[in-house]
Write a protein of this length. Sequence first.
Lengths: 422, 251
Amino acid sequence: MNKEERLIKRYKAEKRFQFYGKAAIFMALLFLLVFLTKIFSTGYTAFQKTWLVIPVNYNADLLYLDPDKKPTTEDINDADFYEFGIETFISLDPDASEDQIMELKKMFAFTFERELKYYLLDNLDSFGKTVDVKLTASDDLDQVFKGNYPRDIPENRRRASDYQLKIFDKLNEDGRVISEFNASFFTNADSREAELAGIASSFMGSLFSILVCLSIAFPVALLAAVYLEEFAPKNRFTDFIEVNINNLAAVPSIVFGLLGLGVLLAVFGLPRSTPLVGGITLSLMTLPTIIIAARASLKAVPPSIREAALAMGASRMQTTIHHTVPLALPGTLSGTIIGLAQALGETAPLILIGMVAFVNTIPGTPMDPAASLPVQIYIWAESAERGFVEKVSACIMVLLFFLIFMNLGAQLIRHKFEKKWN
Amino acid sequence: MNKIEAKNVDVYYGAKQALFDINMDIEANKVTALIGPSGCGKSTFLRCLNRMNDVIDICKVSGVVKINDYDINQKDTDVVRLREKVGMIFQKPNPFPKTIYENISYGPEIHGIAQSKSEMDNIVEESLRKAALWEEVKDRIHEPGTGLSGGQQQRLCIARTISIKPEVILMDEPCSALDPIATAQIEELIDELRKEHTIIIVTHSMSQAARVSQNTGFFHLGKLIEVGSTDKIFKNPTQQQTQDYITGRFG
């Protein structure tokens, strides 16, 4: 082989090499695209909610109220809206049989009683009149309206019956089926009914857990890192600690869950299923991540800065607090945010400490039972109802949004507060 | 009068001995230059004088170093007070990544020298003037010190050091990272500073040692070969090794 041929071969090898690299990036982006497309196409419908607008006759007799007197709030609260609701549904199809009336009722979310009552409470002058009221459609009809539900399979294999679909189509023709932004997805706690289930409980649970995690893990990790890096003598014992911190970072998260279960719940008797316990467990998991990030940033502070301060007669503590730690803080903070983002997406340890429970109240403090976003995804993914499919994707979208938001924050801190020295 | 007296100083880095039985007296208000080939221990000796070797874990110092007749190598010596008296300028300019003002005010602040804002302003201005930097930076005193040129940064470090009025200033090759013009400025400054401070300067440049110092010590392989007035060392050394180094036969 002469020189010329060698050269051509080298050029070709280089081109091939670059092609492999590009192909690898293309593959990675393709996976990401498929993943995001799947989640968004499944999940975006969860942000819309289907309502059925039906004529309601707030007749005094039907409500067993005095027709001549304007009812007080108390009167309305005491009134029975169940029978009233059934009567209202019958008005959609006056010829309905007993079974069909039940089917009519199932076209609406079970909250119809509350919805009818609150409408009247908010509009007292509708008393005695017939008005259009917007009621939450059942999850089956919601899915039918969004086109997620096949209508052409045999009736005995689908949950919405032919009769329900007939009534629904008639309402639709009259423009009485509307779709609006699903605010209740963000304000409701979890529910067994897909059309009512929301992420408020799990969102607050996640928020409290992360706050507890941050307020424990950050100070402890920073102090540990500063001591190890700036003060501790370098000997076998500190080497041993260092190795163990690195090992701790590699421990599967479920092990920390077992620790939380065995120690926090069993020994200390802290309340089960609460963000407090979840946060402490997550902070154990996040601790090594932050320590490692903080130590790396402390190591990156040039020794000349420490020498400058020491030579000025600053004590070691002053050198550390005035110069080294502030310079290492941006790196530490971005490491902390990455650690918290990891903790935010963690499911396994939370399941072990009981944050997987069905919680239909919104927690007000870290001591109240709550779920968390990733656990909520897990719970909904296990549910059989078709309406939960889009909820799972929507919840993933919310979680992803926060993870991306946190990672962006980490990047921003790194770029903005990083001091340059020559 | 001797400001500093070093007696039988040995320094070890782990198992390796870096300095062998150094005995040296340093006169007050004079510039003493330490010369010698790379790795001969002159910087190590310099760092013995304000106990900066404490920072290095494996470094062990023995012997007596007396400053104003007080042995600084005692166990209960307060290094903070020692370094308040013995300042240090490093090879590479190392201003804090803060403003020019904050760079200088840091020392007086931690030692509680200034009582008020105006007093601090005075110290900052005086220090910058003494370091011949005031005219160049007076309009941007609240800008980062790291934005200055290399020579200006080194003079900023000098201003920072003299802000707490140390009796002794140690300089570890202060001009090695600077261009000839900046070097000339620093050398001029050193001559000015010796009126109020005792200066010990480590340098690689023999011409610099000859220009700025009154006394010179020659180190080789961890030993102090010869010490005396700069005139004598450069013109009439008693040791053959010194003669060889001065005339450029090795090093």
